[in-house]
Design a protein around this ligand. Structure first.
Ligand SMILES: [Zn+2]
Length: 479
């Protein structure tokens, strides 16, 4: 049976992808600078017979690897960017490799690699079985900046997909039957007039005062926004010295809400707060939208399909040594954090260290969890199936040093191979359009989008270009 041969291929190639995930983990790169990771993946896919499209969406590190011809077109999403300040050894005690350096605290070293792992075996199986259709791996940069896929989506590269599959490293094996929040990332720039802060303060018009008043206004706004909304900010420029009235200051806001409309509305209200602050301080204000992603729209048909593949795969088995590492890592986490570890706590039996069952919790539909991702954009363009797998102990929060340690360990690697198996087997069924699964997924998608009355339009305006630092090269130009 072909599915078991496909699984056999995945099993025999595991070592190659453990190495790739480890290499990316050892060389963490921030959003839009992932030249090493994207070239590592693009080169391997090219060698395996995939055709490459580079610089997708105007981003040097974004690429598409494609194999096959005609319909259906099945996509797999991958990511590879790291987070600042989360450098850490594979150790249960805090021990950064580089103090203050970046680290893979969200496991994107595993995320993209599992996609490459899945699609390479799938391609080999397609040849063997003479299968029709097209498979695509999307190498997507800068998820942590919540904008890589938005620039790609703005260029229409997901438009012709029949559906897409993805996953995320987590603390349990589960179908992702929930939504994540929509988000707008926007930086406000205030301009005033500089002056000697001691000698002639009356001549100055402080841009920093405007930032502070804006933040006060935003904090009052919080009381009067829909439940679940989030407003957070960081002062990105507060001036240079206390004795200079700052003529320039800026503040970077993240606004989150249940869907795109809710966030757009919140943004309109925040603009009024900014304008009010400018008026009070006799400064001027302008703003720059940096991210504008959608909430994620889960697809039950695809999530169920992914979950059903659990029957064909080998369940993850953790060793006593891995259990011990998990326990030691958990000992470094505050008991309150462990107790509150959100979704896992409500689903898994108490005391679970490393979760092995594959869960398909239907009660999560209609629930929105905190946090956002630019995969949301793709989920409003084409039906998207998503799972999480156990790559870290229960209680380890992503975006922490404990997560970096887990995602570089054998625990993370096992979760990654499991995700690769689920995605490859699901994509295999989708290529065959078994039981008309594509039509089912599409009709659910059409029903959900029309119910919400939303048609995808990128949340980043056309004139905003991807913020790629100088000197970042196209992934295949690097050898
Ligand atoms: Zn992530």
């Amino acid at each position: 049976m072909s599915k078991s041969t496909l699984l056999g291929k995945l099993r025999t190639q595991e070592e190659l992808f453990t190495r790739m995930a480890k290499q990316i983990w050892e060389k963490p790169e921030l959003g839009y600078t992932e030249s090493y990771a994207s070239s590592l993946q693009a080169h391997l896919l090219e060698k395996e017979g995939f055709s490459l499209t580079m610089e997708v969406g105007g981003i040097p590190t974004a690429f598409i690897a494609e194999y096959g011809a005609g319909k259906p077109i099945i996509g797999i999403l991958g990511e590879f960017d790291a987070l600042p300040g989360l450098s850490q050894q594979v150790s249960p005690i805090y021990d950064p490799i580089t103090v203050g350096g970046p680290g893979h605290g969200c496991g994107h070293n595993l995320l993209g690699t599992a996609g490459v792992e899945a699609i390479i075996s799938l391609k080999q199986q397609m040849i063997e079985d003479k299968m029709q259709g097209t498979i695509r791996y999307y190498g997507c940069p800068a998820e942590e900046l919540l904008s890589g896929k938005t620039f790609m989506a703005r260029d229409g590269v997901f438009d012709d997909l029949d559906c897409v599959l993805t996953w995320h490293p987590g603390s349990m094996n589960a179908a992702a039957n929930y939504s994540m929040q929509a988000l707008t990332g926007v930086e406000f720039f205030f301009s005033g007039r500089t002056a000697h802060a001691g000698g002639a303060p009356h001549l100055g018009r402080s841009a920093l005062d405007a930032v502070e008043l804006m933040n006060v206004g935003a904090n009052y706004l919080r009381e009067h926004v829909p439940d679940g909304s989030r407003i957070h900010y960081q002062i990105t420029n507060g001036g240079q010295a206390p004795n200079i009235v700052p003529d320039q200051a800026s503040v970077y806001y993240f606004l989150r809400g249940a869907d795109r409309k809710a966030v757009d509305h919140l943004f309109e209200r925040l603009i009024k707060v900014a304008q009010g602050a400018a008026m009070m301080t006799e400064t001027t204000v302008s703003w720059h939208i940096k991210a504008g992603c959608y909430d994620t729209l889960p697809n039950a048909v695809l999530n169920d399909l992914m979950h059903a593949q659990g029957e064909h795969t080998d369940p993850i088995e953790f060793t006593a040594e891995e259990e011990k590492f998990a326990e030691q890592l958990r000992n470094s986490i505050h008991p309150d954090v462990l107790a509150a570890s959100s979704m896992e706590a409500s689903i898994l039996p108490e005391g679970t260290l490393l979760a092995t069952p594959f869960i398909n919790e239907k009660t999560l539909y209609g629930k929105t969890i905190g946090g956002s991702s630019d995969i949301g954009d793709v989920s409003w363009i084409t039906p998207m199936g998503q799972i999480t797998t156990t790559c870290a102990p229960v209680g380890v929060q992503v975006h922490t040093w404990q997560a970096t340690a887990s995602f570089g360990s054998s625990i993370g690697m096992k979760g990654m191979h499991y995700a690769a198996q689920i995605m490859a087997l699901s994509a295999y069924d989708l290529l065959l359009n078994k039981d008309g699964i594509l039509e089912q997924a599409k009709s659910e998608f059409a029903e959900s989008t029309s119910r919400k009355g939303i048609t995808f339009k990128a949340g980043i305006p056309e004139e905003v270009k991807p913020p790629v630092p100088e000197g970042i090269k196209n992934a295949v130009t690097i050898q």
